[in-house]
Ligand binder design. Sequence first.
Ligand SMILES: Cc1cc2nc3c(=O)[nH]c(=O)nc-3n(C[C@H](O)[C@H](O)[C@H](O)COP(=O)(O)O)c2cc1C
Length: 345
Amino acid sequence: MQYNNIWDFRDSAKKILTKEAWDYLEGGAGDEVTIKKNRTVFDKYSFRPRIPYKVFNEINTEVSILGERRRLPILVGPVSPLELFHSGGERAQVQAAMDAGTIAVCSGHSLAKIEEMGSWNGNKWFQLYSSVDAAHNYEIIDRACLAGYEALVVTVDAFHKAIRDRNLKNNFKLPTDIGFGNYPCKSYRTDGSIELLPLGWDDLTKILDHSKIPVIIKGILNPQDVRLASDLGFAGVIISNHGGRQLDKTSTTLEILAEIGDVSKDGFDIYIDGGFMRGVDILMALALGANAVLLGRAYVYGLVVAGASGISNVITLLMNELSNSMAQLGISSISELSPELLSRN
Ligand SMILES: Cc1cc2nc3c(=O)[nH]c(=O)nc-3n(C[C@H](O)[C@H](O)[C@H](O)COP(=O)(O)O)c2cc1C
């Protein structure tokens, strides 16, 4: 099978997974309007290429992530449970991110313990889903700091259980051998998912004060919250609608990014996810000011097809598309991007 684009990986993944697992991966809340919008929003913007000042041979895709120069504007985002999609999926995520020279954001709802994932080679951030037991949250944060993760990502858009029709129809339950290594038994709901403690700005500020590593908030979807996060001293935000899996009919992340304008400053990064399946999609987000993009379902398709090397192939494919699109647009480095190179249709 020849994989020319992410859709080819998606086709194969669909054939490999059971219907229940496929629906769990692809599905979302309500009528899945947000999922559809997450893709169609990329059609609402158009590039306006310029003739370059200088002819160039090399494309530089370097961006700044938490103050460090990194070659890839792509991070491998938190998805759980990866073991449902490929045995050894959690390890494969970290391995592929390392091979590509980027960061894996490890889901807190992992089968492997925080320390085990921490011992795997590669740059990693730890994603926290708040435990019902507030004291347990601080314990998890301390363990993540000790285990060598470079940042803490606190997810704030999934405190309440989502209503996903496909899972209801399939009577979906996580297989009993796929548990969560970091949460006490009392957190479990009867369907195997985990009860979460909703967090407000007060709680988030306490987490920020407590954490010894930079804290990034994931799941922000309102420009006012981006400004608050910046003012309060968080290291960044991930603009996300959780891939349309929580609240249906939300704004798309690209539109929120376009609305934010120039909030990003030294010491405050803006990341984005939701529906990124093409190099040009990534280029649009970078042109609108994102530091980098997180992949979700796109890399899981690769994982399903061929484990860590499948994820690596997905990343390589997207990077090739990105470099090619940059050349077509007339730029040789990300720093040359600006919103003026895009127009809204
Ligand atoms: C199957 C699945 C599981 C997910 N698990 C998590 C998770 O454990 N933690 C989290 O913060 N986000 C989780 N997400 C959301 C992703 O991190 C990301 O926000 C979303 O997938 C981006 O949309 P995309 O898949 O269209 O790229 C999950 C998404 C999917 C599809």
